[in-house]
Design a protein around this ligand. Structure first.
Ligand code: PGA
Length: 248
């Protein structure tokens, strides 16, 4: 049985004192009915992994390089993330695609690097507002899936996050029907490529998920959890989202 996933993406937020949020979350959910993940900035990764050791909270990174080692100033590899205690890595977040010009091919290489290091990759896709207004959402998402998801993808090594760019950090959320349409299409694409085992690939919705809208979003078919930015920074807010996912 697939376990749903509540994933927090702290982005460029968090210092040592933020580890208290992880302690609070861990004590609220000693044995949750879903998986819980926090992806802090790289500077906090190993400390958070130590804090979360022996609890139900998994830790992950927000990006990785395509190579295991090398002359790549400022980058970290999937092996280093695993060594620091990470179990997941987000790849292809829209902020990486736009701030760092990451292509689908590069994201696919990062997902493959994650797989060789034994990490699960959370591969992000999603359309811009212009693309949605032009009626190209499905075409754009299919293109990103085809280009960024490597062969050999399974529910164990991969999670897919649908994050409309215009919904990230804006408080704007697609309608439930819009979320359902895209998630349904992603599921069909995954099954067409990887067979019925792709039913086990968790499909997360991301973009302005908060305690007040989590319940309805988790009721949408093929939504197996959420990738949460702003509302994952505080254990109280994120805990309410986790509780909604447990009930879903
Ligand atoms: P948000 O970010 O929840 O702050 O909109 C989501 C994300 O970028 O993963």
């Amino acid at each position: 049985m697939m376990r749903r996933l509540a994933a927090g993406n702290w982005k460029m937020h968090g210092t040592a004192e933020s580890l208290d949020e992880v302690r609070a979350l861990a004590s609220t959910f000693p044995s949750p009915k879903c998986d819980i993940l926090i992806c802090p900035p790289a500077t906090l990764l190993s400390r958070m992994a130590e804090t979360a050791a022996g609890t139900a909270i998994a830790v992950g990174a927000q990006d990785c390089h395509t190579s295991p080692t090398g002359a790549h100033t400022g980058d970290i590899s999937a092996e280093m993330i695993a060594d620091a205690g990470g179990a997941y890595v987000i790849v292809g977040h829209s902020e990486r695609r736009s701030d760092h010009g990451e292509s689908n091919a590069e994201i696919r290489a990062k997902a493959m690097a994650a797989k060789s290091a034994g990490l699960a990759a959370i591969i992000c896709v999603g359309e811009t507002l212009q693309e949605r207004e032009d009626g190209r959402t499905i075409e754009i998402v299919r293109g990103q899936l085809g280009g960024s998801i490597p062969d050999g993808t399974t529910g164990q090594n991969t999670v897919v996050a649908y994050e409309p760019v215009w919904a990230i950090g804006t408080g704007k959320v697609p309608t439930l029907a819009e979320i359902a349409e895209v998630h349904d299409d992603i599921r069909k694409e995954m099954i067409a490529r990887f067979g019925t085992a792709a039913q086990e690939i968790r499909l997360l919705y991301g973009g302005s998920v908060k305690p007040s809208n989590a319940h309805e979003i988790f009721g949408v078919p093929n939504v197996d959890g959420a990738l949460v930015g702003g509302a994952s920074l505080k254990a109280d807010d994120f805990g309410m989202i986790v509780a909604e996912l447990e009930r879903a």
